[in-house]
Design a protein around this ligand. Structure first.
Ligand code: ADP
Length: 396
């Protein structure tokens, strides 16, 4: 079965075509600057990356261009569009309505629309991708895979905020959590790597990318996670503040004479390690600046490690123990010094990193020494493959 995996944002659309039997990626790429001018990046398996500048007034043209590239007689990977058996869409916010992936139909689209006030930047953009694919691919079955679904197993004690209960009842104000597809994929993979039953492990997954979140997975279920109603809560991230005293928001807005919307923009886009360092959201830049003696870059990395370690400690408490800690996503997969910095706080849990193994990047590895009480793993995430698997499971 060939599955087209789509991750659609407001002006971009990332895609992969995966042969679900072999799980080989036949082609991948993205459309950027949709509605502005338009740029298609296309890379067939084993081939060169092609970049085409072309007008893409809407996502429909973007989808058409992707499909044209896929069936191009010279560089295409499919003979015809009939070879696309299903489409898997990444959908960000399923609220309390979706605890699992689902076949997309009009009722589902309406329900996702209803969740849009919880994710005003993401859900409408995701649905534009769904509509564009429907327009072009007509009757090909489509599946929605939600970032929030995996966390719907969280118990009430974990997802309720300490605010008037009516706000939960009336507006569904609560913790939802994100990166669920990644947390689910990585925690399952960890169990496979260790040859242990998934439903017997206490695992903490650290998804550390530009956006970053942690998840406590107990016996195969998410029981707590660091992101909240929105992806702003939790860890310090590339440009997001993570946890902050709500009163500081009003204080800063007043001092800087900013509206609520403007101060939230600062917390989303100008904060995190970027805000602290005043330099970059990219951990590579921060490391090289630290080496050259930039104190703020060094502090930003320290704050990141400290906050992450505190969350790991709290999730070990939440599960009354931890067997496995997994590192994944851009920073988690590549930055051994950050992993070392985080684990330096975790000796009390009985964690000892293997310094040599911890140099590894981008490949599955056991990073702790054999007699470490808690096993530390590097597990590269693969959200597209996870979406492909979910799609096939529902179509079949
Ligand atoms: P997202 O999907 O949230 O945009 P990614 O998981 O792709 O993010 O992670 C992107 C981040 O990973 C970059 O901003 C950078 O900080 C970090 N990163 C990528 N490669 C490396 C590397 N070799 N060393 C350290 N950090 C890296």
């Amino acid at each position: 079965m060939n599955v087209l995996v789509i991750n659609c944002g407001s002006s971009s659309l990332k895609y992969q075509v995966i042969d679900s039997d072999s799980e080989v990626v036949l082609a991948k790429g993205l459309c950027e600057r949709i509605g502005i001018d338009g740029r298609l990046v296309y890379q067939p398996k084993g081939g060169e990356k092609e970049i085409t500048e072309a007008s893409m007034p809407t996502h429909t043209e973007a989808v058409r261009m992707v499909l044209d590239a896929l069936v191009n007689p010279t560089t295409g990977v499919l003979k015809s569009l009939e070879e696309i058996d299903a489409v898997g869409h990444r959908l960000v916010h399923g609220g309390e309505k979706f605890a699992a992936s689902t076949l997309i139909n009009e009722k589902v689209i309406a329900a996702v629309e209803e969740c849009s006030d919880l994710a005003p930047l993401h859900n409408p953009a995701n649905l534009i991708g769904v509509r564009a694919c429907q327009e072009v691919l007509k009757d090909v079955p489509m599946v929605g895979v939600f970032d929030t679904a995996f966390h719907q197993t969280m118990p009430k004690k974990a997802y309720l905020y300490g605010v008037p209960y009516e706000y939960y009842e009336k507006y569904k104000v609560r913790k939802y959590g994100f990166h669920g597809t990644s947390h689910s994929y990585v925690s399952k993979r960890a169990a496979e790597m260790l040859n242990k039953p998934y439903d017997s492990l206490k695992t903490i997954v650290c998804h550390l990318g530009n956006g970053a979140s942690i998840c406590a997975v107990e016996n195969g279920k998410s029981v707590d996670t660091s992101m909240g109603l929105s992806p702003l809560e939790g860890l310090i991230m590339g440009t997001r503040s993570g946890d902050i005293d709500p009163s500081a928001v009003e204080f800063m807005a007043k001092k800087e004479n900013l509206s609520l919307e403007e101060i939230l923009n600062v917390l989303n886009k100008e904060s995190g390690v970027y805000g602290i360092s005043g330099l970059s959201s990219d951990f590579r830049d921060l490391e090289s600046a630290s080496k050259e003696g930039d104190e703020r870059a060094k502090t930003a990395r320290e704050v990141f490690c400290y906050r992450t370690a505190k969350y790991i400690g709290s999730y070990a408490a939440a599960m009354n123990g931890v067997d496995v800690i997994c590192f994944t996503a851009g920073v988690g997969e590549n930055d051994g010094r950050i992993r070392e910095g985080i684990c330096s706080y975790l000796g009390y849990l009985g964690i000892t990193l293997d310094e040599n193994e911890n140099q590894k990047r981008g490949e599955e590895a056991v990073l702790s020494v054999p007699d470490s009480k808690v096993t530390v793993l590097l597990v590269p995430t693969n959200e597209e493959l996870a979406i492909c698997r979910e799609t096939v499971a529902l179509i079949k």
